[in-house]
Design a protein around this ligand. Structure first.
Ligand code: MOS
Length: 752
């Protein structure tokens, strides 16, 4: 089974869902209107820890149009066992049960849902619900909990804390050059454009059709059935369009629970839409404190590496992400120890946010490598090349493919790295100090089982169906292209249906695995359709393609053509009409696990950044980023480039802007809005140049594609931090790098 690349694969195809989105035809979860729909507004806890003593609903219920005030004390029955609230992305622990009892675990926890005929009525009445709490002291400051940091007994994935190699402490003590620094990254929130919202449509016999903002309709379907004790066929969850998610929609969020709860309780259709402020009560990227110890010989060869990370866990779940494993795959070092610990605070459980673990862990590693480059007086890029690893030492396996050297060389060339003067504060243009920095990026090239159905109708149109989501990443487009390529159809003859729990199951869209996993399922299902077509061709008496095998033909221009003699051909519709029956193929695709496990599968990048600082005006800008990415075959250079550009913007946000601040007296996020939670906007973004480096991937799947959803953010913050140091001679080791830190007014910044 091969892709011929004569048709659409690799081309810069525009999003097939683009017109629907820009004309407002694409409907999002909180936009599905049905007769009799009522609206729920969430009442959020004002304390971070303690119990609800009493709820006085009387004033809220007195508002005309208010239907109900649901809370733990009057809600419909829900499952009590924590296990029933688990989901396919849940970390080890006891999942939180919304509106279950009087206990409060985090500030902003939903404590009641006011349901009214109109949204504004519900919103107003929600302010009238009087809740009396018994508050306890909440600890939300990670620094206060460091002495209680622990290594979680149950691992989310064992490979994330690889075993130690050699004797790192001995190697550290003997090395001629060593550095040791602490790096800090703050809590960040995903802040997708679309707020979380859910419309639960109450149907006949209590059937529920649920439109939810989620990265995994099947995951939410299972959750709803399990929590509310409903039969599978009674519930359908849909997420046809998702306005960004970045990981915030991997787990079922409470708007889903509350909308379904109210629909069941009231036997009516209910919508629950969260406000931007309430978006800050969901999962978040956890704060990290990381210590990096690196030692090298004078020639720059790494001889010891120690990476210790401490991050946040809630009181009830041990969320873990891969912060520390990356060096083992990036750099050769025989004496290495990495570890990650958790410390509990009174916040909601953190969750995956674009390149979870990688974004923060590689930031620390790549800043430390930069610091080491000054210590051994070797160009930062040269230092990476010197320590380049051809095997993944964590797993002692070769890479399925690794074109990182190409990323380094092509990125440096495009960026003009050779123009960099090695000394910090040595480059200036006009009023501004100029800095060049670089870093490596690495992320998983994952593939997981996924199902898809391909149906070729009598009119020669193809329908692809799979439950996966498109969170803005381009899934609709990529799957359309694969279908079109496999059967030689124009793009407009292929229709893709996704985001629906009734469709063939697929995992959550995340982890950059969708193209490699769901794309493979679509490719294989289409291949079965091709085989079926050939069987039918064989039955056509005296046809032009009699006796040919699949390997002899091409699918192009809606025809099956003999490759060696294109004049011998049959149109797909002719073949289909012969049997007068559509062709439908549905299957589950998975890797050949034995072969799969022989290799380490990673995507890589080299990121180069130029920053400029006007010291007098206190203005720091990232004026240029070059991101050179190796991710196997790029199926669509336009959507892939968009993924990298968007992730680079995320990386700029991580480096300079993003930070959710807690007022520890109240255990509460205080900058829970777009005025005070800063994300980069147009004026912050200048040149972003994306290069896709040629990489032949033959082991992961027949597509030859890895994923590009997350690699663009990994390494970007480090490249910027390193550029800031190069520009200014000031090393800021706690993100975000705000101007007060650069000017030495706050934080850990110090010169040299
Ligand atoms: Mo991604 S953080 O797996 O949506």
């Amino acid at each position: 089974m091969t892709l011929m690349s004569t048709n659409t694969i690799g081309k810069p195809v525009s999003r097939v869902d683009g017109p629907a989105k820009v004309t407002g035809q694409a409907k999002y979860a909180a936009e599905f209107n049905v007769p009799g729909l009522v609206h729920g507004f969430v009442v959020s806890s004002t304390i971070a820890k303690g119990r609800i003593k009493t709820i006085d609903r009387s004033a809220a219920l007195a508002v005309p149009g208010v239907i109900a005030v649901l809370a733990h004390d009057n809600r419909p029955h829900v499952a009590s066992e924590h296990e029933k609230y688990t989901d396919e992305t849940a970390p080890p622990g006891l999942p939180w049960r919304p509106l279950y009892d009087e206990e409060i675990f985090f500030s902003g926890q939903p404590v009641a849902l006011v349901v009214a005929e109109e949204f504004e009525t519900a919103r107003f009445a929600a302010t009238l619900v009087e809740i009396d709490y018994k508050a306890e002291e909440a600890v939300t400051d990670l620094d206060r909990q460091l002495n209680q940091a622990f290594s979680p007994r149950k691992k989310r994935l064992p490979g994330w804390d690889p075993d130690p190699r050699g004797d790192v402490d001995k190697a550290l003590s003997r090395a001629p050059v060593s550095i040791r620094h602490e790096y800090r990254t703050p809590i960040e929130h995903h802040n997708p454009m679309e707020n979380f919202g859910c419309t639960a449509v109450w149907g006949e016999d209590g059937r529920l059709t649920v439109y939810d903002k989620t990265q995994g309709a099947p995951n939410c379907h299972k959750y709803v059935c399990s929590v509310f004790g409903l039969a599978r066929e009674k519930v359908r969850v849909l997420s046809p369009y998702v306005g960004g998610a970045f990981g915030a929609g991997l787990r079922p969020n409470y708007e889903l629970f509350l909308a379904v709860l109210a629909a069941i309780g009231l036997k009516r259709s209910v919508r629950v839409a969260l406000t931007r402020q309430q978006m800050f009560t969901l999962g978040y990227r956890p704060q990290t404190i990381q210590t990096l110890s690196l030692a090298a010989k004078q020639d720059g060869n790494l001889v010891a590496l120690k990476h210790e990370a401490i991050t946040i866990a809630s009181r009830f779940e041990d969320y873990q992400e891969p912060i520390v494993p990356w060096t083992g795959a990036l750099y050769h070092c025989n004496d290495s120890t990495v570890s990650s610990k958790l410390a509990r605070v009174d916040l909601f459980t953190p969750c995956d946010m674009r390149a979870p673990g990688g974004a923060v862990g590689v930031y620390a590693i790549e800043c430390a490598m930069d610091e080491l480059s000054y210590a051994v007086v070797i160009d930062p890029l040269e230092l990476r090349l010197k320590n380049y690893s051809d095997v993944d030492q964590n797993e002692d396996k070769p890479f399925s493919s690794k074109a990182l050297k190409g990323c380094y060389h092509q990125g440096a060339e495009r960026f003009g790295w050779s123009k960099r003067k090695p000394e910090p504060r040595s480059m200036r243009e006009g009023r501004e100090l100029v800095g060049y920095g670089m870093a490596t990026g690495i992320w998983e090239g994952l593939r997981v089982p996924a199902s898809a159905r391909a149906s070729l109708a009598l009119d020669g149109t193809l329908e692809i169906a799979t439950a996966t989501a498109d969170i803005g990443t381009g899934t609709y487009t990529i799957l359309t292209q694969i279908g079109a390529e496999m059967l030689g159809l124009p793009l407009d003859k292929v229709k893709v249906k996704i985001g629906d729990s009734d469709l063939p199951p697929a995992p959550v869209e995340g982890a950059s695995w969708t193209t490699a996993s769901v794309g493979s399922a679509v490719m294989e299902a289409c291949d079965c359709v091709r085989k079926d077509l050939l069987k039918r061709v064989a039955k056509i008496n005296n046809g032009p393609l009699n006796g040919v095998e699949l390997a002899d033909v091409m699918f192009v221009d809606s025809e099956i053509r003999m490759a060696s003699d294109p004049s011998r051909s049959l149109s797909l519709t002719d073949v289909l009409h012969g049997a007068n029956e559509p062709i439908v193929s549905e299957l589950t695709s998975m890797p050949d696990w034995k072969a799969f496990r022989r290799y380490s599968h990673k995507v890589h990048s080299a990121v180069f950044a130029e920053v400029r600082l006007d010291e007098e005006l206190g203005m720091l800008r990232v004026v240029r980023v070059v991101s050179a990415v190796a991710a196997g075959r790029i199926l669509n250079v336009k959507t892939a480039r968009s993924q990298i550009m968007g992730a680079v913007v995320g990386g700029i946000g991580m480096a300079l802007h993003e930070e959710t601040v807690i007022d520890h007296r109240f255990g509460r996020f205080i900058n829970h809005n777009f005025a005070e939670y800063h994300v980069p906007v147009n004026a912050d973004i200048h040149d972003i140049d994306v290069i896709f480096v040629d990489e032949q991937e033959t082991h992961l799947n027949a597509l030859g594609a890895k994923g590009v959803g997350e690699i663009g953010i990994v390494g970007t913050a480090a490249a910027i931090a390193n550029a800031v140091y190069h520009a200014t001679g000031v090393r800021v080791r706690d993100l975000p790098i705000t101007i007060d830190k650069v000017l030495g007014l706050r934080g850990t910044a110090r010169a040299g």
